[in-house]
Design a protein around this ligand. Structure first.
Ligand code: GLA
Length: 395
């Protein structure tokens, strides 16, 4: 009987966490995971690409390890609103319309996200949500949309971003459909101060790849800069609300000069800071290396740990950084990042990261137990690469 009660309670908690509205209770209690169209396709998206992407997310196993959200970024909409003032999908690129696409995405066991902006135009120049918030929210709900990324581009007379994002948040709430809400004010470093009141997550800074169609090279420095923007904002993350340092650039499709180790490093660091894990590659042509990284369940489990704590940078010197995240089972996840241009043997002193003197060490990329260590652990780390560990106190 007790077992049955416990099972029922768990089902209730599960249902609550997916049916509550974004602005009251979090829709997901761990960082969202999914894919976004902006990095691979800019605004050149169409029905075929999105449907193939949905299929590829299933076939590659991405969906089954947690990447459940398929997000259309800027460029899905027609250049003008219709006679009733409604936004609608560009009919040459989305001939069956958005409801059809949402149904298709849902039939693949995925959720669908969409994009707009709080001004009169989106960042790529399409019609934005300004003064159409209620109508747009109702339209999205009627299509079956599960997520809205709301940007801050376009003319907005004298209104502030906070005011206009709040309008849209309220409009989504009024639809009665649980629609996750992301605030994208890329020019502001202060959204975290109020973001959790109206949204599930908020961008903490600019685009990882700026001038996306013209960037001569994409390196680890792109993500390293964005990572730094979540530091100091740890207290605002958790309980279903997340700092978002922007999408992953693992397997980024244009001018990507990152090494495998650098891509692993981004994935590890995004996980240690409980960032949303949103793919920025063409999953239809995913590389074998990217699969190794993006499907690593042990690293994903750190990002998705139910305590929902954003990890902190405990040590930073010229050679290395050590990041630490406390986990719900009492253990700690640790990332040892080599900042140097050469491989190096680096050391973690347990005293610096407040772990017990003696710990069991598991390497989350080697998928191997390394043994029990006292006071310190040292490892060879690739240039701009990481070693990622789970440290547990032995029983
Ligand atoms: C801004 C956002 C990007 C992307 C583009 C779309 O630059 O920060 O993530 O959504 O707009 O135009």
């Amino acid at each position: 009987m007790k077992k049955l009660q416990k099972a029922l309670a768990l089902v209730c908690v599960g249902l609550m966490s997916i049916t509550a509205n974004a602005q009251d209770k979090p829709i997901t209690t761990t960082p969202p995971m999914g894919w976004m169209s902006w990095f691979p396709f800019i605004d050149k998206i169409n029905e075929k690409v999105i449907m193939e992407t949905a299929d590829a997310m299933v076939k590659s196993g991405l969906r089954d390890v947690g990447y459940k959200l398929l997000q259309l970024d800027d460029g899905w909409m027609a250049a003008k609103r219709d006679k009733e003032g409604r936004q609608y999908a560009d009919s040459s690129r989305f001939p069956h319309g958005m409801k059809y696409l949402a149904d298709y995405v849902h039939s693949r066991g995925l959720k669908i996200g969409i994009y707009s902006s709080n001004g009169m135009q989106t960042c790529a120049g399409y019609p934005g949500g300004y003064n159409h918030e209620e109508l747009d929210a109702k339209t999205y709900a009627a299509w079956g949309i599960d997520y809205l990324k709301y940007d801050a581009c376009g003319e907005k007379e004298k209104h502030t971003d906070r005011e206009l994002h709040t309008r849209m948040s309220n409009a989504l709430k009024a639809t009665g459909r649980p629609i996750m809400f992301e605030i994208c004010i890329f020019s502001s470093g202060t959204t975290h101060l109020w973001g959790a009141q109206i949204a599930d997550m908020w961008r903490t800074g600019g685009d990882i790849v700026k001038f996306i169609d013209r960037t001569p090279e994409v390196t680890y420095k792109n993500w390293y800069g964005n990572l730094n923007q979540v530091v100091g904002k740890e207290a605002y993350a958790g309980n279903g609300h997340w700092n978002d340092p922007d999408n992953l650039i693992v397997d980024y499709p244009r001018n990507n000069k990152q090494t495998f180790e650098e891509e692993k490093a981004q994935f590890s660091l995004w996980s240690i800071v409980a960032a949303p894990l949103v793919l920025g590659n063409d999953v239809r042509n995913i590389s074998a290396d990217a699969k190794t990284i993006l499907l690593n369940k042990e690293v994903i489990a750190i990002d998705q740990d139910k305590a929902g704590k954003q990890g902190t940078r405990a040590v930073a010197d010229d050679q290395k950084e050590i990041w630490v995240k406390p986990l719900s089972d009492g253990s700690k996840a640790v990332v040892l990042f080599n900042k140097q241009d050469k491989a190096a043997q680096l050391n973690i002193n347990f005293g610096d990261i407040s772990t017990p003197k003696k710990v069991k060490v598991r390497d989350l990329w080697e998928h191997a137990n390394k043994g029990i260590f006292t006071d310190t652990y040292s490892a060879q780390v690739a240039p701009h690469g990481v070693v990622m560990l789970k440290l547990t106190e032995p029983k």
